[in-house]
Design a protein around this ligand. Structure first.
Ligand code: SF4
Ligand code: SF4
Length: 433
């Protein structure tokens, strides 16, 4: 049985038209002092301090970059508590702020005039984006300012609105609700990178979105076009988006700026707009809860730091509490399983999927090669698995596991239910050790 898989049920029907619930009034908000990319950090406020929306409250430190932490409400710092981080699955220290529901804005958050914006240099843009703590808001968490630090000539900035993961509609919602701000974020990015051209890539099944963007773009003189791309997985992986939207083939492992392209997710572009025009860090994001295990799946606009338990309650809780639940943070293909729902919204938390737990028995590999045919980067997952199980480091490295983009297709397609993607992740760690 040989099967190449790229079409997967997208589970978005009914969700793209659905209502967005504005839930911005959590009583307590949680801000991690560490995450996957920045495992250490400290706060710069103390218990009892009064903080405002947009105020710097700490910094996370990583091997290659730091991330500022900002409050998303005004209120009182009441301490630090250990809590699960939705994206990493680790238990981390979180600063807790008690919301006073006044939403007083930090004095540093004020609009920038057009004249001030016109004078911004590339370095200014880099500093603005860095200070706002922006990182890939599509879920990658990669620090955005690094993409602007290139010396290469950039021909085109590509706005990635493809969001190919099934079920997730977070980028779709921001395109539907704030398209002009995305366009402005794209224009600022083009200016910062001196790129003459912008392209917005969205799925061809959303022609109405294209019409909305086209109508907005008619008011701007910049060279920006909307490109509709086919609906398959992993179309949203940046190399694939570049190929579909621009016709450029970027080899895996090569930086896209080598080909004159910088790719920015649409939610990240919205963040750039806020940082440039309003001197505001990201304080809220779209987030959805879906899956057969939740009573009423819903989409939200929430403040960063909001406990997910509050949102689960708004969804009417779990279907049949007696059935154990499987919780996945992120999409069903690339998301991470999490042990419980006591976590909070971070900048990169796009969604929670709640499934009733099914015990799927893993079978022996039947050498069908479906995983090999389906891999978008031409790896041989089954061979990597065998080399990893044999603890053959050299062979795992030779089979190039580091090129794996962790898209989940090999696990999805495997008839023997072997968790190949998880094995790829383990194999990567194995050759690093
Ligand atoms: S998870 Fe990795 S090995 Fe599996 S299909 Fe995707 S890229 Fe290929
Ligand atoms: S690992 Fe799964 S998909 Fe790959 S060859 Fe074996 S049975 Fe087929």
């Amino acid at each position: 049985m040989i099967e190449k898989t790229s079409k997967i049920p997208d589970g978005k029907k009914g969700r793209v038209e659905g209502e967005i619930i504005d839930y911005k009034d959590a009583k307590y908000l949680f801000f991690p002092t560490a995450d996957l990319k920045c495992p250490a950090g400290e706060t710069c406020v103390f218990d009892g301090d009064y903080v405002k929306v947009g105020q710097l409250i700490g910094t996370r430190h990583g091997a290659f970059f730091d991330q500022p932490i900002h409050s998303t409400v005004s209120g009182k710092v009441i301490g630090i508590e250990k809590k699960l981080h939705g994206s990493s699955g680790d238990v981390v220290d979180c600063l807790i702020i008690e919301n006073d529901f006044k939403y007083e804005l930090c004095t540093s958050c004020k609009p920038r005039t057009k004249e001030e914006i016109d004078k911004l240099t590339k370095d200014d843009y880099i500093n603005i984006i860095k200070d706002s703590g922006l990182s890939g808001l599509g879920g990658s968490g990669f620090p955005t300012y690094v993409k602007f630090q290139t010396d290469k000539t950039i021909d085109v900035v590509l706005a990635n609105g493809v969001e190919c993961e099934p079920i997730i509609v977070s980028d779709y919602q921001i395109m539907k609700n704030k398209p002009e701000r995305i366009v402005k974020g794209l224009i600022y990015s083009m200016k910062a990178l001196k790129a003459p051209r912008g392209v917005i890539a969205i799925k061809k099944k959303y022609p109405k979105l294209k019409e909305e963007f086209d109508a907005i773009l008619a008011n701007y003189e910049e060279d920006i076009t909307v490109k509709l791309v086919a609906d398959y997985y992993p179309q949203g992986w940046e190399n694939e988006t570049i190929k579909s939207a621009l016709g450029i083939k970027v080899p895996v492992g090569t930086l896209t700026n080598e080909y004159g392209v910088v790719v920015l997710n649409v939610t990240t572009l919205y963040g750039i707009y806020r940082a440039v025009e309003r001197k505001m860090p990201i304080t809220e994001r779209f987030f959805s809860i879906a899956g057969e295990g939740i009573n009423e799946p819903k989409s939200f606009n929430v403040r960063i730091g909001t406990p997910v338990k509050d949102l689960i309650a708004i969804c009417g809780g779990y279907v049949d509490e007696d059935i154990p639940k499987e919780l996945v943070v992120g999409g069903p293909m690339m998301g991470n399983n999490i042990t419980n729902d006591d976590f909070f919204i971070s900048k990169t938390t796009t969604s929670l999927i709640v499934n009733n737990q099914k015990i799927e028995k893993e079978l022996e590999c039947i050498s069908c090669a479906s995983c090999v045919y389906s891999c978008p980067v031409d790896l041989k997952p089954v061979q990597i698995m065998n080399a990893y199980k044999a603890r053959d480091k050299e062979q795992v490295a030779t089979l190039d596991v580091n090129r794996c983009i962790e898209c989940g297709l090999c696990s999805y397609t495997c008839p023997a239910k072997i968790p190949l993607t998880e094995i790829m992740k383990q194999a990567k760690r194995f050759i690093k050790a």
